[in-house]
Ligand binder design. Sequence first.
Ligand SMILES: Cc1cc2nc3c(=O)[nH]c(=O)nc-3n(C[C@H](O)[C@H](O)[C@H](O)COP(=O)(O)OP(=O)(O)OC[C@H]3O[C@@H](n4cnc5c(N)ncnc54)[C@H](O)[C@@H]3O)c2cc1C
Length: 381
Amino acid sequence: MDMVITESQQNWRDLARDFAKRKLEPATEWLEGEQFWDNATKLADHGFLGLTLPEEYGGMNLNLFDALLIIEELCRVCPTSGRHAYHASMGIASFINHLGNEEQKKRYLPLVTSGKLFVSLGMSEPEAGSAATDITTTAVEDGKHYRLNGSKVFISDAHLADLFVVYARFGNTGRTSDIGAILVERGTPGFTIGPNEENMSGEIQCALYFEDAMVPKENVLVTENAFKKLMGVYNGVRLGFLSQTLGITQAAFDRTIEHVNQRKQFGKEIAEFQGVQWMVSDMYVQLETARTILYRAGEAASDNKPDKNAVSVAKIFVAEAAQKITDTCIQLHGGYGFSKQYPLEWYYRCVRAASIAGGTLQVHKNMLASSVLDRKISQRK
Ligand SMILES: Cc1cc2nc3c(=O)[nH]c(=O)nc-3n(C[C@H](O)[C@H](O)[C@H](O)COP(=O)(O)OP(=O)(O)OC[C@H]3O[C@@H](n4cnc5c(N)ncnc54)[C@H](O)[C@@H]3O)c2cc1C
C-alpha cells in the first residue's frame, strides 16, 4: 500500500532493507556478547547508530519519521540491531542530545554513534512504575558531587550499558518539580548493577543500586522543569519501541504468508481455505492500520519531538494489533507455531512487552482521556 510515505522515505526504507538483507543474520533470539558488538560495528559503519543525532557527533540528522522506517526494517530481520539503532538515536541517547550540555554531548554522543557506548534508562523503581512521579531515589549536593541513594528495577540492557540516564529527586519538597536526571557511569563508586534477569522475551533486565554513589556535578542532565522535558524526550523512546514492535510483527506475518502458501492439508495448500484467507486479510488490515497510525505519529513530531496524543494513540493501537497478529500467526502455524523450533512464539513474547514497557496501555488511555476530555484527572485518592 505505502500511500503514506514519500519517495525519499522509500529510499531510506530500501537502504535499511538492503543493509539488513546483506549484513544481518535473520535472528530468532536476542543477540548477546560478541554477536551484539559485531552487529554494533556494522550498524555504526553504516550510520545507523545515531539516525536522528546531529552530524557533528557522527549522527545522520534524519527526522524521526525516517528513523522509524529504518528501525522497522532492521527489526524485521534482527530485532536486537533495530533496538540498538533506536536506543542510539531517538531512544535513550536522545536524552543527552535534547537535554545535555555541549560538554556532555561531545563526551558521549560520538561514542554512541560509533557503537562503543550503550546507554540505558533508569527510571522505574520498586514502588514507582506507572506512578513515575513517586520515585524516591535522591540526589543530594555534596561538594563537587551529587550523592545518590535509591534503587531502580527492570532496566533493559543494563548489562550492556556503560552509561545510565537516572531519574532522581534533587529537592525534598515532595513535588514533581524535585525530579531531574543525571548521567551515571558504570564503575561509579557506590553504584552497582544487579544480576541479569531474563524477562518473558529472553531480554536481559537488571536492577540498579545507589548507595552513597558519588556522581560528579557536571553529569547533571536536567533539573529545571525537568519532568515534563524528560517525558517529552521519552515519547521518542516510545515510538522507537513501537517501530521495533511493528518490525517484529511484520517478520511474523512474512513467515506466516510463506507457511500458509506451502503447508498442505487435505491435499491442498492451507492458503486455499477461505477460513485461512480471512484470517490473513484480518491480519493485513490490522498491520497496515497499525503502520499508518505509527507513521502518522512520526509525521506529527516536530523538531523530532513527538506529539503526546499521537504517541498514545499509536501505542494503544500498535501494541494491541501486534499481540493479535502474532497470536494469529501462531494459530496459522498450528503445532509448529507453538513449538520452540520456530520463531513464532518468540515474536509473540517479544511484542507482548509493548503493552507494558514505556507506560502501560491503561496509563496511555488515562493520559489520552485527560487530553480528549480537557480535564486534569488525578489518579490519586
Ligand atoms: C520489557 C520491559 C522493558 C522495560 N525497560 C525499562 C527500562 O529500560 N527502564 C525503566 O526505567 N523501566 C523499564 N521498564 C519498566 C516499565 O516502565 C514499567 O514496568 C511500567 O511503567 C509499569 O510499571 P509496573 O511494572 O510497576 O506496573 P504497575 O504500575 O504496578 O501496574 C500494574 C497494573 O496496574 C495498572 N495500573 C496502574 N496504575 C493505573 C491507573 N492509574 N489506571 C489504570 N490502571 C493502572 C497498570 O496498567 C498495570 O496493568 C520496562 C518494562 C518492561 C516490561
